[in-house]
Write a protein that binds this ligand. Structure first.
Ligand code: ADP
Length: 470
């Protein structure tokens, strides 16, 4: 049953739920109405019986022989009797019928009733004949000092007819109500689920080639609209990641192909000059340079892939930033000396950042290496370490060409180079800052850039300061 239910469409299930709910509500309502009406009419009948009893008791008396007799004393003669619609019996205490007044003559009574069982007040219903139910009330009374039991009757047919009609109306209306609510349920379910159909049809069309497609969202305020919005956001993220990936693959293959082509061309030229040892040495030299560049690119790519895969474990510890800046300067001093540049250190020696030493070192290396690479010879590069509020700051300032504002955000993207021809000849692949940004951000920090064309650049790494409570 559970499996059967699960295999049905949501529309059918909702329809069945509606119909079931309508059935339960109709039955409960019918029972309630039936009970209330029965109780009301029954109470009314009993009230009438009590009135009948009171009127009758006052009109009974004994004749000269001590026989009970009925002296009708209505305000208008016999009217009292008529109004009473009298139907009664008077019994002696020992179960003898003293007086009877029925709508039919005694001879026509098919089934007369037994004497009252006990001298107490009772209300009950008996079926005198088929389909003739009467409600009766018995109660002890006194007629001229004589103790008797009076029994008054009222026909229950009207009450039963009313109840019967309620049942009939219900039986007629019930299937109609269930059918109508099932139909209503079917239409409502169809209408409310129609956006799901449209969404499914649209979602089927989405492939990796058409990630720009979005699900229709006629009403963003309801639950289905919210679902569509969430799916659309996911599609947007996927589209972004996909285009990033495409761009990355395209850039990576281009950057790998260029040095390989250069290697092959240089090699072919070298082959043709195989007689000339000096030329051959030069060729091999530039081939090695290209190989070195290729190696660097592959290493950067591997580094990025490792970062993206989430396999880089980040160990935050106190890192003395002035010490780290000194290490980076020492590492790049030969390169800077070749370009007759000076790398100066300044700032606060005691500041410790909460960072991963290896990742931070790599980020700083990339930034200072760029300063060496892009600033002209015989200029100064300054690395300043300071603290501000709860942040440890490393600033790298150069006297290079500066970066135009339209490039300032983009240079942190992978493979982005401001001047492509220049950077290639200098060996830059546009990955250094992307790696630095990733590293710093994954240590809870950020990189800021201040730069103007012709006025040099300042790259600023901001990290949480190491507090002694850390
Ligand atoms: P690359 O390997 O090309 O240096 P990066 O990601 O390190 O790659 O830098 C991206 C681009 O940003 C560089 O190609 C260069 O155009 C620009 N850039 C980076 N640092 C500086 C700087 N200090 N001065 C001027 N331009 C810079």
């Amino acid at each position: 049953m559970k499996n059967w239910w699960k295999r049905r469409s949501l529309k059918l299930r909702l329809t069945l739920w509606y119909a079931a709910a309508a059935t339960v509500i109709s039955i409960a309502l019918a029972i309630f109405v039936y009970e209330v009406v029965e109780h009301r009419l029954g109470a009314e009948l009993d009230r009438q019986l009590r009135i009948d009893f009171d009127v009758l008791e006052a009109q009974l008396e004994t004749d000269a022989e001590g026989q009970i007799k009925w002296a009708v004393r209505g305000a208008h003669g016999d009217e009292g009797f008529a109004r009473l619609a009298a139907w009664f019996e008077v019994w002696s205490e020992n179960g003898q019928l003293l007086l009877r007044h029925w709508p039919v003559r005694d001879a026509e009574i098919k089934k007369s009733l037994l004497a009252p069982a006990e001298a107490a007040l009772h209300f009950y219903t008996v079926e005198l004949e088929k389909d003739l139910h009467v409600r009766l009330m018995e109660r002890p009374a006194r007629v001229r000092a004589r103790s008797v039991m009076i029994r008054v009757f009222r026909d229950e047919s009207d009450l039963r007819l009313t109840l019967h009609q309620i049942v009939e109306v219900f039986l007629l209306g019930f299937p109609l109500a269930v059918a109508l609510s099932a139909l209503g349920g079917y239409l409502i379910a169809g209408k409310s689920l129609s956006p799901v159909k449209a969404m499914a049809a649209q979602a089927r069309k989405v492939t990796s080639e058409s990630l720009s497609e979005r699900l229709p969202n006629p009403n963003p305020h309801d639950e289905l609209g919210q679902l569509a919005a969430v799916v659309n956001e996911t599609l947007q993220r996927l589209e972004h990641s996909f285009s990033e990936l495409k761009r990355f693959t395209g850039d990576a293959s281009h950057d790998l192909r260029t040095p390989l082509t250069a290697l092959r061309t240089v090699g072919e030229v070298g082959l043709r000059q195989s007689e000339n040892t000096t030329a051959l040495r030069e060729t091999i030299g530039s081939m090695l340079e290209e190989a070195q560049r290729l190696n660097e690119l592959i290493e950067s790519l591997l580094e990025l892939a490792r970062m993206e895969s989430g396999k880089v474990s980040i160990k935050l510890e106190p890192v003395k930033i002035a010490e780290l800046a000194g290490e980076v300067r020492d590492n790049l001093s030969v390169l800077a000396a070749e370009r007759r540049q000076a790398i100066e250190l300044a700032g606060d020696d005691g500041v410790a950042a909460k960072a991963d030493r290896i990742l931070l070192r790599q980020a700083l290396m990339n930034i200072v290496h760029n300063a060496v690479r892009y600033a002209p010879p015989q200029t100064n590069i300054a690395i300043r370490t300071t603290e501000r509020n709860s942040q440890a700051i490393i600033e790298v300032a150069d006297q290079g060409p500066g970066i135009a504002s339209e490039h300032q955000q983009k240079i942190f993207e992978r493979f982005y180079r401001v001047d492509k021809s220049r950077s290639r000849s200098d060996g830059g692949h546009g990955l250094g800052l992307a790696i630095a940004k990733w590293s710093v951000e994954h240590q809870g920090g950020r990189i800021e850039l201040e730069s103007r064309i012709g006025r040099g650049s300042v790259f600023r790494i901001l990290l949480p300061r190491w507090q002694s409570t850390n």
